[in-house]
Each structure stands twice: as C-alpha cells, then as structure tokens.
Design a protein around this ligand. Sequence first.
Ligand SMILES: Nc1ncnc2c1ncn2[C@@H]1O[C@H](COP(=O)(O)OP(=O)(O)OP(=O)(O)O)[C@@H](O)[C@H]1O
Length: 245
Amino acid sequence: MDALAVEHVSWHAGAVPIIGDVTLRVAPGELVALIGPNGAGKTSLFNVVSGLCRPSGGRVLLGGADVTRLAPYRRARLGLGRTFQTSAVFASLSVTENVALAVQAARGGSMRPWRRRSDRAVEAAAGEILERVSLAPAKQAGELSHGEKRKLEIALLLASAPKMLLLDEPMAGVSAEDVPALAEVIRGLTGEDRGVLMVEHHMDVVLDLADRVAVMHHGTLLACDSPAAIMADATVQEAYVGEAL
Ligand SMILES: Nc1ncnc2c1ncn2[C@@H]1O[C@H](COP(=O)(O)OP(=O)(O)OP(=O)(O)O)[C@@H](O)[C@H]1O
C-alpha cells in the first residue's frame, strides 16, 4: 500500500490550468524529492495533497484511503504532516515547551497550557522526539538558527506520528554549516515506514537523500526515477536550460 498516491491530478486556479494529469506514488519508507523550475507547480501539488486546494480532476490517497474530498485537518488525522516555507514556532517558549504543546495537542486536542510538573509522559515524549532531531531542549525557540528552527518544525510534526510527510524546501535559508545535520535528520524521517515527499532546490541534498526524484515542469510530471537516471535524462536537462540542476 502506498503511503501517498496522487492519481491523474489536475488543478485549475479559476480558469487557469496549473497542474495537469500528475500521477505520483510514495511508498512507505521512501523519500521522493520533487524538483522543477520556479512556477512548475510544486507548491500547488502540495496544496492539493494537503487539502488546501481541491483538484479539478483525479484522486489523492493516503495509505490507500481516498482523501480527495477531505479537509486538511482530517487528512492530518489520517497521518499527513506538512511543513511550510516559513517558520511557525512559539518564539518565547523553549524548544521542549514547543514540542510538548504539540504532543499534548496530538494526544487529546486539549488547549489547556502544558504544565511542567503535571505531565511527565508528555515531557518524556517531547524529549524522545528532540533526541531524534538532535536538538537541545532548553534553548528558547526564538534564539535558534534557521537550521535548528527547521529541526524544531520537524519535531512538531513528529508529535502526531505522521505516516506521510510533505517537506517544503527544508534547506531554505539554512546556512551551509547546518545543512549536513539537517540532512541527517531528514534521512531518519523515513524510519517506521514513513513516506516523505520533499520539495528542495539544493540538488546536492536531493541527490544525497532521495530514493527517487520527481521532476515537474509547466504543471506536469516530466519524469520520476532514481537520482542517477534523472541526472542522465535529456528531457530533464532541457527543462532546466539556463538553470542550475
Ligand atoms: N491561486 C493561484 N492563482 C493563479 N495562479 C496561481 C495560483 N497559484 C499558483 N499559481 C501559478 O501557478 C504556477 C505554479 O505555481 P507554484 O507555486 O505551484 O510553483 P512552484 O513550482 O512551487 O514554484 P516555486 O519553486 O517558485 O515555489 C505559477 O505560475 C503560479 O503563478
């Protein structure tokens, strides 16, 4: 069963066709990188998969369940997690407090403030997640580097134990020295049979991390294959004429 299946998906913005007949699968435990020149339709595809945009044709399946008509929060409950290009963390709270809030929300949806002494289980779960993303618990979220903030965003997603993750340019704004550590965290996300679909412009990161690379161009999927096959694909090279691949 695929973690994610996008089947013949099209999306129009009003009358303007943006995505046409895209079919793409992500297996459990697989990391697929989604690349393509600016304006190719990568974010639009993420919006269709996460439920922010309703496709004009085709289907989206999560773990085999048809979610095409479900609202984003219901897809999240079915195990879909998504990061965005902009950071969304509570800057004045510590790293642990941020993750503990997410764990608590995932467990009960209660909006009561997380209480330091009353919920050791929540704290323990938060600690475990922070270890997985190699992030120091005591730091205030507002003081983190870009790379650390990206790790914290991933930690917040892991709080709800998603089966399928959409990562939107995780390396954007991250300094060169933080890239290897963040790449290592992303590499670990496919554990526990989790599927990952990642939009990323840094080709070295894509080639290093991806099991397969999907290439979008003018709203369609040009190719989806191993990194080596994609690098050797003449059609792909042509789509990127004038741009660094
Ligand atoms: N709501 C909308 N209304 C009209 N046009 C849109 C809308 N959303 C996206 N587009 C257009 O669709 C095309 C694809 O946009 P999209 O953001 O999906 O591309 P992208 O591959 O994510 O690009 P980038 O790498 O620059 O983020 C662009 O030409 C964009 O201007």
